[in-house]
Design a protein around this ligand. Structure first.
Ligand code: ZN
Length: 369
């Protein structure tokens, strides 16, 4: 299937199967997108796909994620049990939906690999080595080593997720374990002190920043000194168990801090994320992956209602109702979904899954408002 996407500003992209085709190539049909702009889909460097159907749990602020985890398991057990009633397959699809409505086409799932993450999954997944954290990983040595498929990939681990002394010491402890190097993607790094920042910087490690999750749990986020050190920064949503919403919310909250400039923030969900995660450079050039988002507003002002169309591997996954024909011609069955007060279309069965989730956790409605 070859088709052309054309904005009213004159931007054009040829979609050729799962890739971007040469401009000027013969196509089967053309789509006039209207006003807005095309860009590579966003990269979300941290999520837990099967925990997005949980309400935000806890009584923050906490001193560490360990304290939070202990607290929710003792005081919010009924809510956790209720959420666990959702089938895992539906849970990961809801996680995919949260990402798609935020313009994300590729995500890091910080948990074990799921058999459903194949080419038919509506979202691309970046494969990495995953260790939960220094304290909560069942077999840390094994997780750090990875398996046959992951041992050469980047290592993603929650690190210094807290504001106490223990959090500050975690980077040093990770250093003693030999994992602070250019393969490390440290998630959160909130409680880092100047020595830990220097350790991360000299080792050329990267950090995933999840501002809304951090602010919810701890009332603060990654310190400005870490950004000033020039460390590679990626951006993540975390799950709705602690995060506010989509990656668009993270971009806005990150920007409000003023810790990094707009260009660096764009790279955090684009080229820097791709490089650190071992993905192809996200561009709109011919032969790139057709992972594309059409935004009706500038990136830092966009909300899910402004996400006009999302293609993953050249297939439409989420978009405005006026693009029903693109779904139809791509043989992607659709379902209607109301987002930001606007009727949208989403690849089936994502709206059915959303309905189940909202019945279980009405709080998750916030991402569709
Ligand atoms: Zn996390």
């Amino acid at each position: 299937m070859k088709f052309l996407l054309r904005t009213s500003l004159g931007e054009t992209i040829t979609i050729d199967g799962a890739k971007i085709g040469a401009s000027g190539a013969r196509v089967q049909f053309a789509v006039d997108l209207g006003h807005g702009h095309l860009r590579p889909g966003l990269i979300n460097a941290h999520d837990h796909l099967y925990r997005n159907h949980y309400p935000r749990l806890g009584s923050p602020p906490y001193r560490s994620a360990y304290e939070w985890a202990k607290d929710i398991h003792s005081r919010f057990a009924p809510q956790i049990e209720r959420a666990e009633a959702l089938e895992r397959g539906d849970a990961v699809l809801f996680g995919a939906l949260k990402n798609l409505i935020g313009g994300v086409t590729c995500v890091v799932h910080h948990d074990r690999w799921d058999a459903s993450f194949c080419n038919r999954f509506p979202l691309r997944l970046a494969r990495v080595r995953v260790a939960h954290s220094l304290r909560l990983e069942r077999n840390l040595t094994e997780a750090i080593a990875g398996d046959r498929l992951t041992r050469r990939l980047a290592l993603s681990i929650h690190l210094a997720e807290g504001t106490d002394r223990e959090a500050a010491d975690e980077v040093r402890e990770a250093g003693r374990k030999g994992i602070v190097n250019d393969q490390l993607i440290a998630v959160h790094a909130i409680g880092v002190d100047s020595q830990s920042i220097e350790l991360l910087r000299t080792a050329k490690a990267a950090v995933v920043w999840c501002p809304t999750s951090n602010n919810f749990l701890f009332g603060r986020t990654t310190p400005p000194a870490l950004f000033e050190a020039g460390i590679d920064v990626l951006l993540g949503t975390d799950s709705l168990l602690t995060g506010e919403g989509t990656l668009l919310d993270e971009l806005r909250q990150a920007r409000e801090t003023g810790y990094i400039d707009d260009e660096r923030l764009r790279h955090a969900v684009g080229t820097v994320a791709a490089r650190r995660l071992g993905l192809q450079e996200p561009t709109l050039a011919p032969d790139s992956a057709a992972d594309i988002v059409f935004l009706r507003r500038p990136l830092f002002e966009a909300h899910p209602r402004d996400v006009g169309l999302v293609l993953v591997r050249g297939k439409p996954r989420f978009g405005d109702v006026e693009f029903a024909d693109v779904f139809d011609r791509s043989a992607v069955p659709v379902e209607p979904l109301q987002v930001g007060g606007i009727p949208k279309l989403v690849a089936a069965p994502l709206a059915t899954v959303a309905a189940k989730v909202l019945e279980l956790s009405p709080e998750c409605t916030r991402i569709f408002q």
